[in-house]
Ligand binder design. Sequence first.
Ligand SMILES: *[C@@H]1O[C@H](CO)[C@@H](O)[C@H](O)[C@H]1NC(C)=O
Ligand SMILES: *[C@@H]1O[C@H](CO)[C@@H](O)[C@H](O)[C@H]1NC(C)=O
Ligand SMILES: *[C@@H]1O[C@H](CO)[C@@H](O)[C@H](O)[C@H]1NC(C)=O
Ligand SMILES: *[C@@H]1O[C@H](CO)[C@@H](O)[C@H](O)[C@H]1NC(C)=O
Ligand SMILES: *[C@@H]1O[C@H](CO)[C@@H](O)[C@H](O)[C@H]1NC(C)=O
Length: 419
Amino acid sequence: MGGKTPLFVFILWSIPIGVIRAGVPPFPLTQTTARPKRPENLTPDEKVRILSERGSPVAAVLQFIENIACLQPNASCRRTSLDEFSSQGFDWRQSNKFDNFEKQMKSAVKTANVLNHYFLTAPNDTEIDPLFFYSLVKANVESDPSLSSSSIVLAGDSGDFFVPFAYRGNDGKIKSRNSAGWLLDRWSGNDWFWVLENGNYSELFEQVGNGSDLVVTTEDGYWSAPFIDCNITTNWHVTYGVPFFTRTVDELYFKGVVSVSMPITDVDINQCDGESYLSAFSSSHHCDHSSTQCVPISNRGFRRGAYRCYCKPNFYPASGEVHRRKKDFLEGEFIERTYVESVLSGQSTFIHNFHCLPCRVGCEMCIGDEPCYVEYNLLLRSIVLCFQSFCSTLVVILIVVVFVLRKKRVFFQLYVGNA
Ligand SMILES: *[C@@H]1O[C@H](CO)[C@@H](O)[C@H](O)[C@H]1NC(C)=O
Ligand SMILES: *[C@@H]1O[C@H](CO)[C@@H](O)[C@H](O)[C@H]1NC(C)=O
Ligand SMILES: *[C@@H]1O[C@H](CO)[C@@H](O)[C@H](O)[C@H]1NC(C)=O
Ligand SMILES: *[C@@H]1O[C@H](CO)[C@@H](O)[C@H](O)[C@H]1NC(C)=O
Ligand SMILES: *[C@@H]1O[C@H](CO)[C@@H](O)[C@H](O)[C@H]1NC(C)=O
Protein backbone atom coordinates (compact mmCIF):
# COMPACT_ATOMS: atom_id res chain seq x y z
CA MET A 1 0.00 0.00 0.00
CA GLY A 2 2.82 2.37 0.93
CA GLY A 3 4.46 1.86 -2.50
CA LYS A 4 1.27 2.69 -4.40
CA THR A 5 0.58 6.03 -2.71
CA PRO A 6 3.33 8.05 -4.54
CA LEU A 7 2.08 6.67 -7.90
CA PHE A 8 -1.46 7.72 -7.06
CA VAL A 9 -0.31 11.18 -6.07
CA PHE A 10 1.72 11.46 -9.27
CA ILE A 11 -1.30 10.59 -11.45
CA LEU A 12 -3.47 13.15 -9.65
CA TRP A 13 -0.76 15.76 -10.05
CA SER A 14 -0.16 15.10 -13.75
CA ILE A 15 -3.80 15.43 -14.81
CA PRO A 16 -3.96 19.24 -14.56
CA ILE A 17 -0.61 19.52 -16.37
CA GLY A 18 -1.95 17.41 -19.25
CA VAL A 19 -5.02 19.59 -19.42
CA ILE A 20 -2.92 22.76 -19.49
CA ARG A 21 -0.69 21.35 -22.25
CA ALA A 22 -3.66 20.34 -24.39
CA GLY A 23 -4.86 23.92 -24.34
CA VAL A 24 -1.64 25.44 -25.68
CA PRO A 25 -2.11 26.56 -29.30
CA PRO A 26 0.09 24.68 -31.80
CA PHE A 27 1.75 27.81 -33.17
CA PRO A 28 4.19 30.06 -31.32
CA LEU A 29 2.49 32.73 -29.26
CA THR A 30 5.06 35.34 -30.32
CA GLN A 31 3.23 35.68 -33.65
CA THR A 32 0.22 37.17 -31.95
CA THR A 33 2.22 39.94 -30.30
CA ALA A 34 2.10 41.92 -33.56
CA ARG A 35 -1.52 42.92 -34.01
CA PRO A 36 -2.91 40.38 -36.51
CA LYS A 37 -4.65 41.61 -39.64
CA ARG A 38 -8.33 40.89 -39.93
CA PRO A 39 -8.86 37.83 -42.17
CA GLU A 40 -10.72 39.83 -44.82
CA ASN A 41 -7.78 42.26 -45.14
CA LEU A 42 -5.28 39.54 -45.96
CA THR A 43 -4.10 39.13 -49.52
CA PRO A 44 -4.71 35.72 -51.13
CA ASP A 45 -1.02 34.86 -50.84
CA GLU A 46 -0.93 35.79 -47.15
CA LYS A 47 -3.87 33.46 -46.54
CA VAL A 48 -1.94 30.59 -48.13
CA ARG A 49 1.16 31.35 -46.05
CA ILE A 50 -0.75 31.52 -42.76
CA LEU A 51 -2.67 28.33 -43.53
CA SER A 52 0.58 26.59 -44.25
CA GLU A 53 2.04 27.78 -40.92
CA ARG A 54 -0.98 27.15 -38.68
CA GLY A 55 -3.42 24.93 -40.52
CA SER A 56 -2.01 22.23 -42.71
CA PRO A 57 -0.11 22.02 -45.99
CA VAL A 58 -3.17 20.53 -47.69
CA ALA A 59 -5.39 23.39 -46.52
CA ALA A 60 -2.81 25.83 -47.89
CA VAL A 61 -2.69 24.08 -51.27
CA LEU A 62 -6.49 24.03 -51.47
CA GLN A 63 -6.60 27.74 -50.69
CA PHE A 64 -4.00 28.33 -53.39
CA ILE A 65 -6.11 26.43 -55.94
CA GLU A 66 -9.11 28.46 -54.82
CA ASN A 67 -7.19 31.74 -55.20
CA ILE A 68 -6.36 30.89 -58.79
CA ALA A 69 -9.92 29.79 -59.55
CA CYS A 70 -11.25 33.09 -58.22
CA LEU A 71 -8.86 35.28 -60.20
CA GLN A 72 -10.46 37.93 -62.38
CA PRO A 73 -10.65 36.73 -65.96
CA ASN A 74 -8.37 39.64 -66.94
CA ALA A 75 -5.79 39.00 -64.25
CA SER A 76 -2.37 38.20 -65.62
CA CYS A 77 -1.55 34.50 -65.71
CA ARG A 78 0.94 33.29 -63.14
CA ARG A 79 3.16 30.31 -63.97
CA THR A 80 2.90 27.93 -61.05
CA SER A 81 3.14 24.31 -59.93
CA LEU A 82 1.85 22.48 -56.86
CA ASP A 83 5.35 21.08 -56.49
CA GLU A 84 6.24 24.43 -54.91
CA PHE A 85 4.47 23.16 -51.79
CA SER A 86 6.57 20.04 -51.44
CA SER A 87 9.03 21.86 -49.15
CA GLN A 88 6.06 22.66 -46.87
CA GLY A 89 5.05 19.04 -46.47
CA PHE A 90 2.55 18.60 -49.29
CA ASP A 91 3.58 15.36 -50.91
CA TRP A 92 1.75 15.30 -54.19
CA ARG A 93 3.21 12.01 -55.32
CA GLN A 94 2.47 9.85 -52.27
CA SER A 95 0.67 6.80 -53.69
CA ASN A 96 -1.34 8.86 -56.16
CA LYS A 97 -3.22 6.64 -58.56
CA PHE A 98 -3.28 7.57 -62.21
CA ASP A 99 -5.36 4.60 -63.38
CA ASN A 100 -7.89 7.05 -64.81
CA PHE A 101 -5.27 8.27 -67.23
CA GLU A 102 -4.19 4.82 -68.42
CA LYS A 103 -5.16 5.62 -72.01
CA GLN A 104 -3.09 8.80 -72.13
CA MET A 105 -0.10 7.08 -70.51
CA LYS A 106 -0.28 4.31 -73.12
CA SER A 107 -0.11 6.73 -76.02
CA ALA A 108 3.13 8.21 -74.64
CA VAL A 109 4.51 4.73 -73.94
CA LYS A 110 3.69 3.59 -77.46
CA THR A 111 5.48 6.54 -79.03
CA ALA A 112 8.47 5.97 -76.74
CA ASN A 113 8.67 2.35 -77.85
CA VAL A 114 8.51 3.35 -81.52
CA LEU A 115 11.52 5.58 -80.85
CA ASN A 116 13.31 2.83 -78.89
CA HIS A 117 13.04 0.56 -81.91
CA TYR A 118 14.10 3.31 -84.23
CA PHE A 119 17.18 4.45 -82.30
CA LEU A 120 18.36 1.02 -81.18
CA THR A 121 18.33 -0.31 -84.75
CA ALA A 122 19.31 2.79 -86.74
CA PRO A 123 23.11 2.81 -87.19
CA ASN A 124 23.51 6.37 -85.89
CA ASP A 125 21.44 9.52 -85.78
CA THR A 126 22.76 11.19 -88.88
CA GLU A 127 19.58 10.47 -90.83
CA ILE A 128 16.87 11.85 -88.53
CA ASP A 129 14.11 13.62 -90.40
CA PRO A 130 12.46 16.25 -88.17
CA LEU A 131 9.18 15.71 -89.98
CA PHE A 132 9.01 12.20 -88.57
CA PHE A 133 9.02 13.51 -84.97
CA TYR A 134 6.51 16.25 -85.71
CA SER A 135 4.25 13.59 -87.19
CA LEU A 136 4.48 11.48 -84.04
CA VAL A 137 3.53 14.26 -81.61
CA LYS A 138 0.80 15.53 -83.88
CA ALA A 139 -0.68 12.05 -84.15
CA ASN A 140 -0.69 11.76 -80.34
CA VAL A 141 -2.81 14.88 -79.91
CA GLU A 142 -5.03 14.08 -82.89
CA SER A 143 -5.87 10.58 -81.74
CA ASP A 144 -6.86 11.54 -78.18
CA PRO A 145 -9.18 14.51 -77.62
CA SER A 146 -8.36 14.52 -73.90
CA LEU A 147 -4.74 15.50 -74.61
CA SER A 148 -3.92 19.18 -74.88
CA SER A 149 -0.34 18.74 -76.07
CA SER A 150 2.42 16.24 -76.70
CA SER A 151 6.14 16.65 -77.18
CA ILE A 152 9.32 14.73 -77.84
CA VAL A 153 12.50 16.02 -76.24
CA LEU A 154 15.53 14.81 -78.16
CA ALA A 155 18.85 15.34 -76.47
CA GLY A 156 21.59 15.92 -79.02
CA ASP A 157 25.09 14.60 -78.43
CA SER A 158 26.44 18.11 -77.96
CA GLY A 159 23.98 19.07 -75.19
CA ASP A 160 21.49 20.80 -77.47
CA PHE A 161 17.83 19.88 -77.70
CA PHE A 162 15.33 19.43 -80.45
CA VAL A 163 11.75 19.64 -79.09
CA PRO A 164 8.94 18.98 -81.56
CA PHE A 165 5.77 20.08 -79.80
CA ALA A 166 2.14 19.75 -80.91
CA TYR A 167 -0.78 21.40 -79.11
CA ARG A 168 -4.45 22.01 -79.53
CA GLY A 169 -5.03 25.69 -80.22
CA ASN A 170 -7.99 27.69 -78.96
CA ASP A 171 -9.71 27.16 -82.29
CA GLY A 172 -9.40 23.36 -81.89
CA LYS A 173 -6.77 23.08 -84.64
CA ILE A 174 -3.60 21.20 -83.85
CA LYS A 175 -0.46 23.22 -84.26
CA SER A 176 3.15 22.25 -83.93
CA ARG A 177 6.45 23.99 -83.39
CA ASN A 178 9.94 23.54 -82.03
CA SER A 179 9.70 24.67 -78.42
CA ALA A 180 13.20 23.88 -77.17
CA GLY A 181 13.51 27.36 -75.70
CA TRP A 182 10.81 27.48 -73.06
CA LEU A 183 9.67 23.88 -72.61
CA LEU A 184 12.99 22.97 -71.05
CA ASP A 185 13.28 26.07 -68.96
CA ARG A 186 14.03 24.50 -65.56
CA TRP A 187 11.05 24.78 -63.26
CA SER A 188 8.87 22.30 -61.40
CA GLY A 189 6.21 22.20 -64.15
CA ASN A 190 8.63 20.42 -66.46
CA ASP A 191 10.69 18.50 -63.94
CA TRP A 192 9.53 15.38 -65.79
CA PHE A 193 12.35 15.83 -68.29
CA TRP A 194 15.09 16.48 -65.74
CA VAL A 195 13.95 13.67 -63.45
CA LEU A 196 13.83 11.16 -66.30
CA GLU A 197 17.17 12.35 -67.66
CA ASN A 198 18.76 11.47 -64.32
CA GLY A 199 16.93 8.14 -63.98
CA ASN A 200 18.65 4.86 -63.18
CA TYR A 201 17.86 2.50 -66.05
CA SER A 202 20.27 -0.34 -65.24
CA GLU A 203 17.38 -2.83 -64.87
CA LEU A 204 15.89 -1.86 -68.24
CA PHE A 205 19.26 -2.20 -69.92
CA GLU A 206 19.68 -5.67 -68.42
CA GLN A 207 16.66 -6.72 -70.49
CA VAL A 208 18.56 -5.90 -73.67
CA GLY A 209 21.64 -7.71 -72.42
CA ASN A 210 19.48 -10.86 -72.27
CA GLY A 211 18.69 -10.53 -75.95
CA SER A 212 15.17 -9.05 -75.86
CA ASP A 213 14.09 -5.65 -77.16
CA LEU A 214 14.14 -2.66 -74.87
CA VAL A 215 10.49 -1.99 -74.04
CA VAL A 216 9.31 0.71 -71.65
CA THR A 217 6.01 0.41 -69.76
CA THR A 218 3.78 2.90 -67.97
CA GLU A 219 5.79 2.15 -64.81
CA ASP A 220 8.88 3.75 -66.32
CA GLY A 221 7.13 7.10 -66.73
CA TYR A 222 6.87 10.10 -64.44
CA TRP A 223 3.96 12.41 -63.60
CA SER A 224 4.49 16.10 -62.99
CA ALA A 225 2.55 17.81 -60.25
CA PRO A 226 -0.41 19.91 -61.48
CA PHE A 227 0.91 23.11 -63.01
CA ILE A 228 -0.14 26.18 -64.97
CA ASP A 229 2.12 27.10 -67.84
CA CYS A 230 0.89 30.41 -69.16
CA ASN A 231 2.47 29.85 -72.54
CA ILE A 232 -0.28 27.56 -73.79
CA THR A 233 -3.24 27.76 -71.42
CA THR A 234 -4.14 29.23 -68.05
CA ASN A 235 -5.70 26.00 -66.72
CA TRP A 236 -4.28 23.35 -64.43
CA HIS A 237 -2.51 20.61 -66.37
CA VAL A 238 -0.48 17.51 -65.61
CA THR A 239 2.25 16.05 -67.80
CA TYR A 240 3.35 12.47 -68.10
CA GLY A 241 6.75 11.65 -69.57
CA VAL A 242 8.37 8.35 -70.66
CA PRO A 243 12.04 7.98 -71.55
CA PHE A 244 13.48 6.41 -74.68
CA PHE A 245 17.02 5.29 -75.41
CA THR A 246 19.71 4.91 -78.00
CA ARG A 247 23.06 3.14 -78.17
CA THR A 248 26.63 3.46 -79.24
CA VAL A 249 28.39 0.30 -80.32
CA ASP A 250 28.63 -1.11 -76.81
CA GLU A 251 26.53 1.14 -74.58
CA LEU A 252 22.86 2.05 -74.11
CA TYR A 253 22.05 5.56 -72.99
CA PHE A 254 19.19 8.02 -72.44
CA LYS A 255 18.11 9.75 -75.63
CA GLY A 256 15.02 11.72 -74.66
CA VAL A 257 11.46 11.82 -73.37
CA VAL A 258 8.02 11.56 -74.91
CA SER A 259 5.47 13.61 -72.99
CA VAL A 260 1.73 14.10 -73.07
CA SER A 261 -0.15 16.83 -71.19
CA MET A 262 -3.79 17.01 -70.25
CA PRO A 263 -5.99 19.48 -68.40
CA ILE A 264 -7.22 18.42 -64.95
CA THR A 265 -9.73 21.22 -64.57
CA ASP A 266 -12.50 18.61 -64.72
CA VAL A 267 -10.89 16.16 -62.30
CA ASP A 268 -12.65 16.19 -58.93
CA ILE A 269 -10.70 16.63 -55.72
CA ASN A 270 -12.03 14.04 -53.28
CA GLN A 271 -11.40 15.23 -49.73
CA CYS A 272 -13.31 12.39 -48.06
CA ASP A 273 -11.71 9.29 -46.56
CA GLY A 274 -10.91 6.22 -48.58
CA GLU A 275 -9.46 5.51 -51.99
CA SER A 276 -9.26 8.36 -54.42
CA TYR A 277 -7.42 9.37 -57.54
CA LEU A 278 -5.57 12.33 -56.02
CA SER A 279 -4.70 10.77 -52.69
CA ALA A 280 -2.70 13.77 -51.54
CA PHE A 281 -6.08 15.40 -50.78
CA SER A 282 -7.69 12.36 -49.13
CA SER A 283 -9.16 12.77 -45.65
CA SER A 284 -8.72 16.54 -45.70
CA HIS A 285 -12.44 17.25 -45.18
CA HIS A 286 -13.65 19.07 -42.06
CA CYS A 287 -16.81 17.13 -41.22
CA ASP A 288 -17.17 16.32 -37.52
CA HIS A 289 -15.57 12.88 -37.33
CA SER A 290 -17.56 11.56 -34.41
CA SER A 291 -21.12 12.15 -35.61
CA THR A 292 -21.06 13.01 -39.32
CA GLN A 293 -19.77 11.41 -42.48
CA CYS A 294 -18.24 12.93 -45.58
CA VAL A 295 -19.85 12.15 -48.96
CA PRO A 296 -17.98 13.33 -52.09
CA ILE A 297 -19.84 15.21 -54.84
CA SER A 298 -18.74 14.73 -58.42
CA ASN A 299 -18.46 17.15 -61.34
CA ARG A 300 -17.17 20.04 -59.27
CA GLY A 301 -13.83 20.00 -61.06
CA PHE A 302 -10.44 20.86 -59.59
CA ARG A 303 -11.90 22.85 -56.70
CA ARG A 304 -12.00 22.73 -52.92
CA GLY A 305 -15.00 21.53 -50.87
CA ALA A 306 -16.59 19.02 -53.26
CA TYR A 307 -18.29 17.13 -50.46
CA ARG A 308 -21.20 17.20 -48.04
CA CYS A 309 -21.35 16.31 -44.38
CA TYR A 310 -24.31 14.10 -43.51
CA CYS A 311 -25.26 12.66 -40.13
CA LYS A 312 -23.98 9.16 -39.57
CA PRO A 313 -26.65 6.42 -39.49
CA ASN A 314 -28.48 6.52 -36.14
CA PHE A 315 -27.73 10.23 -35.73
CA TYR A 316 -29.90 13.30 -36.32
CA PRO A 317 -28.88 16.90 -37.07
CA ALA A 318 -28.43 18.99 -33.97
CA SER A 319 -29.86 22.48 -34.05
CA GLY A 320 -27.84 25.27 -35.64
CA GLU A 321 -26.67 26.00 -39.14
CA VAL A 322 -28.48 23.09 -40.76
CA HIS A 323 -31.83 23.83 -39.15
CA ARG A 324 -31.53 27.40 -40.29
CA ARG A 325 -31.01 26.19 -43.86
CA LYS A 326 -33.64 23.43 -43.60
CA LYS A 327 -31.31 20.77 -44.98
CA ASP A 328 -29.98 17.56 -43.52
CA PHE A 329 -26.43 18.16 -44.68
CA LEU A 330 -23.83 20.90 -44.80
CA GLU A 331 -21.94 21.88 -47.97
CA GLY A 332 -18.19 21.21 -47.89
CA GLU A 333 -17.54 24.52 -49.59
CA PHE A 334 -19.12 26.37 -46.65
CA ILE A 335 -17.27 24.25 -44.08
CA GLU A 336 -13.93 24.80 -45.83
CA ARG A 337 -14.46 28.56 -45.91
CA THR A 338 -15.40 28.61 -42.23
CA TYR A 339 -12.38 26.50 -41.39
CA VAL A 340 -10.04 28.87 -43.23
CA GLU A 341 -11.59 31.88 -41.50
CA SER A 342 -11.16 30.25 -38.10
CA VAL A 343 -7.48 29.50 -38.79
CA LEU A 344 -6.84 32.98 -40.17
CA SER A 345 -8.44 34.64 -37.18
CA GLY A 346 -6.12 32.69 -34.92
CA GLN A 347 -8.46 30.17 -33.33
CA SER A 348 -6.52 27.12 -32.29
CA THR A 349 -9.39 24.67 -32.71
CA PHE A 350 -12.08 24.59 -35.34
CA ILE A 351 -15.62 24.60 -33.93
CA HIS A 352 -17.84 22.53 -36.20
CA ASN A 353 -20.96 24.30 -37.41
CA PHE A 354 -22.56 20.98 -37.96
CA HIS A 355 -22.71 18.03 -35.67
CA CYS A 356 -25.29 15.36 -35.04
CA LEU A 357 -26.71 13.70 -31.96
CA PRO A 358 -27.38 10.01 -31.49
CA CYS A 359 -30.98 8.79 -32.01
CA ARG A 360 -32.83 7.23 -29.09
CA VAL A 361 -32.18 3.55 -28.48
CA GLY A 362 -33.94 1.32 -31.01
CA CYS A 363 -34.23 3.93 -33.78
CA GLU A 364 -32.67 3.23 -37.12
CA MET A 365 -33.46 6.68 -38.46
CA CYS A 366 -34.76 9.71 -36.70
CA ILE A 367 -35.18 13.42 -37.28
CA GLY A 368 -35.03 14.49 -33.66
CA ASP A 369 -34.81 13.38 -30.10
CA GLU A 370 -38.29 11.77 -30.09
CA PRO A 371 -38.45 8.03 -29.49
CA CYS A 372 -39.44 6.38 -32.75
CA TYR A 373 -40.45 2.97 -31.37
CA VAL A 374 -41.90 1.94 -28.04
CA GLU A 375 -38.87 1.92 -25.88
CA TYR A 376 -38.19 -1.33 -24.14
CA ASN A 377 -38.71 -1.00 -20.42
CA LEU A 378 -36.36 -3.60 -19.07
CA LEU A 379 -37.85 -3.80 -15.59
CA LEU A 380 -41.42 -4.26 -16.82
CA ARG A 381 -40.33 -6.82 -19.37
CA SER A 382 -38.42 -8.79 -16.72
CA ILE A 383 -41.42 -8.87 -14.41
CA VAL A 384 -43.71 -10.17 -17.15
CA LEU A 385 -41.10 -12.66 -18.26
CA CYS A 386 -40.62 -13.93 -14.69
CA PHE A 387 -44.34 -14.34 -14.23
CA GLN A 388 -44.63 -16.16 -17.55
CA SER A 389 -41.79 -18.53 -16.74
CA PHE A 390 -43.27 -19.15 -13.34
CA CYS A 391 -46.62 -20.15 -14.91
CA SER A 392 -44.94 -22.39 -17.51
CA THR A 393 -42.97 -24.15 -14.83
CA LEU A 394 -46.14 -24.64 -12.82
CA VAL A 395 -47.90 -26.22 -15.80
CA VAL A 396 -45.00 -28.64 -16.35
CA ILE A 397 -45.06 -29.63 -12.70
CA LEU A 398 -48.82 -30.24 -12.92
CA ILE A 399 -48.35 -32.44 -16.01
CA VAL A 400 -45.79 -34.53 -14.16
CA VAL A 401 -48.01 -34.81 -11.08
CA VAL A 402 -51.03 -35.86 -13.14
CA PHE A 403 -48.95 -38.43 -14.97
CA VAL A 404 -47.52 -39.94 -11.80
CA LEU A 405 -50.88 -40.06 -10.06
CA ARG A 406 -52.87 -41.28 -13.08
CA LYS A 407 -53.58 -44.71 -11.50
CA LYS A 408 -54.70 -43.36 -8.15
CA ARG A 409 -58.43 -43.72 -7.79
CA VAL A 410 -59.48 -40.39 -6.65
CA PHE A 411 -63.15 -41.32 -6.88
CA PHE A 412 -62.75 -44.71 -5.14
CA GLN A 413 -64.47 -43.62 -1.95
CA LEU A 414 -67.37 -42.35 -3.94
CA TYR A 415 -67.97 -45.74 -5.63
CA VAL A 416 -67.71 -47.51 -2.30
CA GLY A 417 -70.25 -45.19 -0.85
CA ASN A 418 -72.72 -45.94 -3.62
CA ALA A 419 -72.30 -49.71 -3.30
C1 LIG B 1 -11.62 43.01 -68.04
O1 LIG B 1 -11.52 43.25 -69.41
C2 LIG B 1 -12.68 43.80 -70.01
C3 LIG B 1 -12.45 43.99 -71.49
O2 LIG B 1 -11.45 43.15 -71.95
C4 LIG B 1 -12.99 45.14 -69.34
O3 LIG B 1 -14.19 45.67 -69.85
C5 LIG B 1 -13.15 44.95 -67.84
O4 LIG B 1 -13.32 46.19 -67.20
C6 LIG B 1 -11.91 44.28 -67.27
N1 LIG B 1 -12.11 44.00 -65.87
C7 LIG B 1 -11.20 44.21 -64.93
C8 LIG B 1 -11.56 43.87 -63.51
O5 LIG B 1 -10.12 44.66 -65.19
C1 LIG C 1 27.02 7.30 -88.95
O1 LIG C 1 27.05 6.28 -89.91
C2 LIG C 1 27.77 6.62 -91.08
C3 LIG C 1 27.67 5.46 -92.06
O2 LIG C 1 26.57 4.67 -91.81
C4 LIG C 1 29.22 6.89 -90.72
O3 LIG C 1 29.90 7.31 -91.86
C5 LIG C 1 29.27 8.01 -89.68
O4 LIG C 1 30.61 8.21 -89.22
C6 LIG C 1 28.43 7.63 -88.48
N1 LIG C 1 28.39 8.75 -87.56
C7 LIG C 1 28.58 8.61 -86.23
C8 LIG C 1 28.48 9.85 -85.40
O5 LIG C 1 28.79 7.53 -85.70
C1 LIG D 1 20.93 1.71 -60.19
O1 LIG D 1 20.10 0.69 -59.65
C2 LIG D 1 20.81 -0.53 -59.42
C3 LIG D 1 19.79 -1.53 -58.87
O2 LIG D 1 18.63 -1.52 -59.57
C4 LIG D 1 21.96 -0.32 -58.48
O3 LIG D 1 22.66 -1.51 -58.31
C5 LIG D 1 22.87 0.76 -58.99
O4 LIG D 1 23.88 1.05 -58.06
C6 LIG D 1 22.09 2.02 -59.30
N1 LIG D 1 22.99 3.00 -59.92
C7 LIG D 1 23.05 4.26 -59.50
C8 LIG D 1 23.98 5.13 -60.24
O5 LIG D 1 22.39 4.66 -58.56
C1 LIG E 1 18.53 -11.78 -67.53
O1 LIG E 1 19.12 -13.03 -67.34
C2 LIG E 1 19.61 -13.27 -66.05
C3 LIG E 1 20.30 -14.64 -66.00
O2 LIG E 1 20.44 -15.17 -67.26
C4 LIG E 1 18.44 -13.23 -65.08
O3 LIG E 1 18.91 -13.39 -63.75
C5 LIG E 1 17.73 -11.88 -65.19
O4 LIG E 1 16.57 -11.87 -64.38
C6 LIG E 1 17.32 -11.64 -66.63
N1 LIG E 1 16.77 -10.30 -66.71
C7 LIG E 1 15.66 -10.05 -67.36
C8 LIG E 1 15.21 -8.62 -67.34
O5 LIG E 1 14.99 -10.88 -67.95
C1 LIG F 1 6.75 31.10 -72.68
O1 LIG F 1 6.92 31.61 -71.38
C2 LIG F 1 8.21 32.11 -71.08
C3 LIG F 1 8.24 32.58 -69.66
O2 LIG F 1 7.26 31.95 -68.88
C4 LIG F 1 8.56 33.23 -72.03
O3 LIG F 1 9.87 33.65 -71.77
C5 LIG F 1 8.43 32.74 -73.45
O4 LIG F 1 8.66 33.80 -74.36
C6 LIG F 1 7.07 32.15 -73.73
N1 LIG F 1 7.03 31.59 -75.06
C7 LIG F 1 5.97 31.70 -75.83
C8 LIG F 1 6.06 31.06 -77.16
O5 LIG F 1 4.95 32.27 -75.50
